[in-house]
Design a protein around this ligand. Structure first.
Ligand code: PMP
Length: 283
């Protein structure tokens, strides 16, 4: 694979960053994952807006050059011949040449990118529906910033797999926040789509924004509010959204089947519409 490091394209085996890089020592970095369909970038500008927000919330003085990043994304897609898959972009605070908790404002950010070739539209998981298990949300209380501190999410994914499940949903003060790497939704018995409102408790999903727009265009009812695991278990449908899995239906939560325990019609329809709409506007 060809990867990108600070403006250069090079073989992954030749890519180097400092051991003093603050993303390595302090998880002091943010990232974005953009999906690729037909060799084009899905909702690239949405991801760049969130990148700018994450950087500014962490007080980075650095302002990314979005045109340059778009060019670099396209170049990596071309060099690695990606028709379907993901592009990972990480912007780290960089290195001050030593380990020091206090942030040195003089560091130059480290920017790395790599591609993952992956089938996204055809998904066995989306076809059968995910098995979800729930865990307390013990993350730091700025889950809206897309930092590379993903240890808890990694532990949960691993724990979910060891319980025979596909993913984990997190619960804070009795209410679902989000999935380990996706936003969480239910469809109530009267057909209303419910997802937690935006706050510092969840990541402001780029796919979430797009899917809610699709839902409105389909004249589906949407409520942005808290919901409990119990309400989810008694819902008609449940699903999650993310750039890498689009809309992914949920079949079971903590051993309880959702509806008939198969992907529901609203989740399936939203998945189709999301893919169709975003394919048409890909860059
Ligand atoms: N929540 C969390 C915790 C995530 O890690 C992600 C994906 N990175 C999402 C939600 C979904 O965001 P997006 O739709 O922008 O991929």
């Amino acid at each position: 694979r060809t990867v990108y490091v600070n403006g250069e394209f090079l073989p992954e085996t030749e890519a180097k960053i400092s051991i003093f890089d603050r993303s390595f020592l302090f998880a002091d970095g943010v990232y974005e994952v953009t999906s690729v369909l037909d060799g084009k970038l899905i909702d690239f500008m949405g991801h760049m807006k969130r990148l700018e927000r994450s950087l500014s919330e962490l007080k980075f003085a650095f302002k990314p050059d979005i045109d340059q990043l778009l060019e670099a994304h396209r170049e990596l897609v071309k060099r690695n011949d990606i028709t379907e898959g993901l592009i990972y972009l990480q912007v780290s605070r960089g290195s001050a040449g030593d380990r020091d908790f206090a942030i040195n404002p003089e560091t130059t950010p480290t920017i790395v990118m790599f591609t993952q070739s992956k089938s996204l539209i055809k998904s066995a998981l989306a076809e059968r529906g995910q098995k979800i298990v729930t865990f307390p949300d013990i993350r730091w209380r700025r889950s809206d910033i897309k930092t590379v501190q993903l240890l808890y999410a990694s532990l949960l994914k691993t724990e979910a797999a060891s319980k025979g499940a596909d993913d984990a949903w997190m619960v804070l003060d009795g209410f679902v926040t989000e999935g380990s790497s996706n936003n969480a939704y239910i469809v109530t018995q009267d057909g209303t789509i419910v997802t937690r409102e935006l706050s510092t408790d969840i990541l402001h999903g780029i796919t979430r924004a797009s899917v809610l727009k699709c839902a409105e265009e389909l004249q589906l009812k949407v409520e942005e509010r808290h919901f409990t695991i119990e309400e989810a278990q008694n819902a008609k449908e449940a699903f999650s959204t993310s750039a890498s899995a689009f809309v992914c239906p949920v079949a079971e939560i903590d051993g309880k089947k959702i509806g008939d325990g198969v992907p529901g019609p609203i989740a399936k329809r939203l998945r189709e519409i999301y893919i169709e709409a975003n394919r048409a506007t890909a860059l």
